[in-house]
Design a protein around this ligand. Structure first.
Ligand SMILES: O=C(CO)[C@H](O)[C@H](O)COP(=O)(O)O
Length: 223
């Protein structure tokens, strides 16, 4: 199976984690696109109903609405049973690096509403230690140079993602050269640097379940 087929596989598997009749939290990315399509198919076939979705990006909102799935504002719900999203990296404890699609801030907001984060990914995303994938950080544009110097003190090289403006009007720094051995401490530290909107380490909002697609099918990891 190629990577696209693995994404479709885990996208379909994630539909089983949606509670019929409820509002579902929806992440962003190519794997989530597969989940949205599988969710729409399940609804069309009468296997599931949903009261709607809270979306983490304009991209996912458009795809959900194209399928006729109602999109609710985050402010319209007080909680969600499940949030389904991909990751750029996930470790053996469910900590993730996210934000390859520049949607990390809204992803963290919607994930924080949910009782359970179900991560969907192909097996290449499983790592021992976070940090090989360039760490996305959403920032206030005027802080770019200052934050670049600050990441250098941690051994990181930050590069501004050219031409990208997030759904919130922020910019993205991608930071290479980091080895994130204590994700919770790293997230807490970087999050309070002035100019940082959201750091792409998800430790406080880590996954409880990961559906990992590999040669042998879907492996379910629980944390
Ligand atoms: O964090 C994300 C978007 O901001 C995505 O979940 C992450 O980049 C994985 O994307 P894909 O499923 O396309 O590999």
């Amino acid at each position: 199976m190629n990577q696209d087929q693995l994404k479709q596989l885990v996208g379909r598997a994630a539909v089983d984690y949606v509670t019929s009749g409820e509002v579902v939290g929806v992440g962003t990315g190519s794997t989530v696109d597969c989940f949205i399509d599988a969710l729409a198919a399940a609804i069309a076939e009468g296997r599931l109903t949903v009261a709607g979705a809270v979306s983490s990006s304009e991209r996912s909102t458009q795809r959900l609405q194209k399928h006729g799935i109602r999109v609710l504002d985050a402010a319209e719900v007080t909680g969600l049973t499940v949030y389904i999203d991909g990751a750029d990296e996930i470790d053996g404890q469910g900590h993730m690096v996210k934000g390859g699609g520049a949607a990390l801030t809204r992803e963290k907001i919607v994930a924080d509403l949910a009782d359970r984060f179900v991560c969907i990914a192909d097996a290449s995303k499983l790592v021992q230690t976070l940090g090989k994938f360039p760490l996305p950080v959403e920032i206030i544009p005027m802080a770019a140079a200052q934050l670049t110097r600050r990441f250098a003190t941690l051994g990181g090289t930050a590069t501004l993602r050219a031409g990208v403006v997030t759904d919130n009007g922020g910019h993205i720094l991608d930071v290479t050269g980091l080895s994130i051995t204590d994700p919770a401490a790293f997230e807490a530290e970087v999050n309070q640097w002035p100019g940082v909107v959201t750091v792409g380490v998800f430790a406080r909002n880590k996954a409880q379940v990961c559906l990992l697609g590999g040669a042998d099918g879907v492996q379910t990891l629980t944390f």
